[in-house]
Design a protein around this ligand. Structure first.
Ligand code: NAD
Length: 498
């Protein structure tokens, strides 16, 4: 079995800590590779290489930095199939879905090709007599990213593309479940012309994350994963004087108004609820039909669609979704479904007994659909992160609105309606970060910013878009007056311009 090490100073290196874990193929349930887990010393080696390389990279003119990303985009497109298959073999999602994962990261690489424009500064001529004032955005130095298993291509690229384009060096600590694609992404960046030391990948677990959080030379941390770890990383980063943006879990609702096109809403719920086996932070996990009639009609449309879902290994191009990522994830999902039944929700499609012929040890979970879920149930409160959709029936728009409004998470939400006024009121008032109007997964494009509200995020600046340029740079403001312009003597009071 191959052992994956790290990517430090422009090349793959073997791990030296002596600690390892296994990487599985979720379809077969078998380990396929071993993965080295980084020690403090290996984080130090990555920082040393980054520190040596970063000043020259920051001094490279922005057009040249942009050209690396132009080439990188081409390389990603050229290698799309290979990357997607590799991604699927460790994550379990279908190859088409893996292509989407890569594509949504590639689009951020495309966005940062605009870095000469994006990083331009502000200038005020004549802020005072003979005084000019300008603000420039300089890179932080070394940034780090800690990423989840569910988008092993997209989320690393959301972080390292803007960080590197701004002139930083970057250390990526990907998920230990699917590390092969992040390693390939780093190799392709080298092929695209990135100097060694600017992008490193250190594989590892909590030990590596702690070493990153404590390291005095790492100035900024971006994290995406579950809420308890996001909260921990945010607090620890702040305690160590670093800026941090940390993104956590979700429970995304879709409100279905009585005037909605119910076929469209049902189709949207199937894709958004069960795509990627529900392992998306923007998955819809709660459907909220408004009114008894809407609820009955929606359930009637959902049941046959859920029952018809085709589950299979990533190698089968006919599969709608694949296995979940680990045995532990499968057990947790099935445990929560059990809990939902105990709490009195009605399991109208029961996927618990699903058995994938020929893949009996794979981490497959059949699609489940719950009706009559209420807000006090665990299956409503917790993020299940599996192919389980809950229907919560609401009597009115106000009651439906209160569900996403009151939930601890606030990542995404959608409303299906033909009423522009209801949609406008909802989008304006609901305390959630990303809103879809007749769009089930409102993931913003690369040139807008991605981020939730409430306990789905800690920190203020979002991923990609203009926010990412702000996050990965710090502002320096220069007030300048040349000697010939000094016409008066010393000034002792606070300079103001009246
Ligand atoms: P996770 O929190 O288990 O792991 C995320 C990262 O944190 C991994 O790199 C992991 O190695 C590291 N980690 C795990 N335990 C740690 C610990 N105790 N201390 C320090 N680091 C630790 O999350 P996951 O299971 O990989 O991903 C799924 C979660 O990510 C879901 O909750 C999902 O909603 C969330 N997610 C959120 C977004 C978003 O943008 N808000 C996007 C994708 C995924």
């Amino acid at each position: 079995m191959d052992t994956i090490g790290h990517f430090i100073d422009g090349k793959r290196v073997a791990g030296t800590s002596g600690r390892e874990t296994e990487v599985f193929d979720p379809s077969t349930g078998q380990p396929t590779k071993r993965l080295a887990l980084a020690s403090k010393a290996e984080i130090q080696a990555a920082v040393d290489a980054a520190k040596a390389a970063q000043p020259e990279w920051a001094a490279t003119n922005p057009q040249r930095r942009a050209r690396v990303f132009m080439k990188y985009v081409q390389l990603l497109n050229d290698n799309m199939q290979e990357l997607a298959e590799l991604l699927s073999s460790e994550h379990g999602k279908t190859v088409e879905d893996s292509k989407g994962d890569i594509q949504r990261g590639l689009e951020v690489a495309e966005f940062v090709i605009g870095i000469p424009h994006l990083q331009k500064s502000e200038f005020t001529e004549g802020a005072g007599p003979g005084i000019d004032m300008y603000s420039i955005r300089q890179p932080l130095g070394i940034g780090a990213g800690i990423t989840p298993f569910n988008f092993p291509a997209m989320i690393p690229m959301w972080m390292f593309a803007p960080a590197i384009a701004c002139g930083n060096a970057f250390i990526l600590k990907p998920s230990e479940r699917d590390p092969s694609v992040p390693m390939r992404l780093a190799e392709l960046m080298m092929e695209a012309g990135l100097p060694k030391g600017i992008l490193q990948v250190v594989n590892g677990d909590k030990g590596a994350v702690d070493a990153i959080l404590e390291h005095p030379d790492i100035a900024g941390i971006s994290f995406v994963g579950s809420t308890p770890i996001a909260a921990h990383v945010y607090a620890e980063a702040a305690r160590h004087g670093k800026r941090a943006q940390t993104f956590g879990g979700a429970k995304n609702h879709m409100i279905v108004m009585p005037d909605a096109d119910l076929d469209q809403a049902a189709d949207a719920l199937i894709g958004a609820g069960y795509g990627s086996a529900g392992e998306r932070c923007m998955a819809i996990s709660v459907a909220v039909p408004v009114g008894e009639e809407t609820a009955n009609a929606l359930i009637e449309k959902l049941i046959p669609r859920v029952e018809a879902l085709k589950i299979g290994p990533y190698t089968d191009s006919e599969s709608d979704f694949g296995p979940v990522v680990t045995k532990a994830a499968k057990d947790k999902i099935l445990g929560l479904v059990e809990k939902g039944v105990e709490e009195g929700a009605k399991l109208v499609v029961d996927g618990r007994g699903f058995n994938m012929q020929g893949y009996e040890d794979g981490f497959f979970v059949g699609a489940c659909l719950f009706d009559n879920v209420t807000r006090d149930m665990e299956i409503y409160k917790q993020e299940i992160f599996g192919p389980v959709l809950s229907v919560v029936r609401a009597k009115s728009y106000e009651e439906a609105f209160s569900l996403p409004a009151d939930h601890e998470y606030g990542n995404g939400v959608a409303i299906y309606t033909r009423d522009g006024d209801a949609a406008r009121d909802f989008a304006s008032k609901v305390p959630v970060g990303m809103i879809g109007v007749n769009v089930p997964i409102p993931t913003p494009m690369a040139y807008h910013s991605f981020g939730g509200w409430k306990r789905s995020v800690f920190g203020d600046l979002n991923q990609h878009g203009p926010d990412s340029i702000k996050f990965w740079t710090r502002t320096k403001t220069i007030t300048s007056r040349w000697p010939s312009g000094i016409k008066d003597g010393a000034e002792f009071s606070m300079p103001v311009m009246r």
